[in-house]
Write a protein that binds this ligand. Structure first.
Ligand code: ITT
Length: 197
């Protein structure tokens, strides 16, 4: 079994990575220093890849400071992109969720409700940085539905699953099968597998 350090302050991301990669023999470990997740500064940028690369650069510096550069490290940046609200919340998804929440997003929308989630995952392999991207298309629901998941899950209905269910109404496994994060992490797993990690 391999071990993948995951640097994130979001427990929902850790739970999904464990659910997906655990059965594939990868143990996900929250990257912590002295018992806490280190603070990472996200740059002002309208591009998730720029943010993910800035996060991994800081993560690699932290690994180096711990004499652990030979270990792997994963970071990722995700965002919800709503067609009717260009670039919003997008890279600002985290701040927007904290300020206006899912209810606030619903108030901003009319009939045009198409949207997508994007994840850019950046992996330090112990030698180099690799980037993996995943996208999931869907619609913003008309009301908040479901208790599962995290973040915007109660208002996002992916196109690929019937019954108009939101991510928050699905099991982790159902969500991972089609989600932005599931796709990015499966590409990452294929890379590790092909490279004999
Ligand atoms: P990090 O420490 O990994 O940066 P974060 O929560 O700040 O954690 P992001 O900036 O990548 O993560 O996420 C932006 C926002 O989008 C954040 O509020 C998340 O809760 C939300 N989000 C990310 N992935 C999501 C998903 O799969 N479903 C619903 N909301 C999601």
């Amino acid at each position: 079994m391999g071990t993948l350090n995951f640097l994130t302050g979001n427990q929902g991301k850790i739970a999904e990575a464990e659910n997906l990669l655990g059965p594939l023999n990868w143990q996900i470990k929250s990257f912590e220093i002295e018992g806490g997740v280190p603070e990472i500064i996200e740059p002002q940028s309208d591009n998730l890849t720029t943010v993910a690369l800035a996060k991994i650069a800081q993560g690699v510096e932290l690994l180096a400071s711990q004499n652990r550069l030979n270990e792997s490290l994963l970071v990722e940046d995700s965002g919800l992109f709503i067609d009717a609200l260009p670039n919003f919340p997008g890279v600002y998804s985290s701040d927007v969720l904290k300020s206006i929440g899912c209810e606030g997003i619903l108030r901003l929308l009319d009939d045009e409700r198409t949207a997508y989630f994007l994840t850019v995952a950046a992996l330090w392999t112990g030698e180099a940085v690799e980037v993996f991207v995943g996208r999931c298309d869907g619609q913003i629901a008309r009301e908040i539905k479901g208790q599962g998941g995290f973040g915007y899950d109660p208002i996002f209905i992916p196109d690929e699953i019937d019954n108009n269910r939101t991510f928050a109404e699905m099991t982790k496994m159902e969500k991972s099968t089609i989600s932005h994060r599931g796709r990015a992490l499966r590409a990452l797993f294929d890379f590790l597998d092909e490279n004999g990690a």
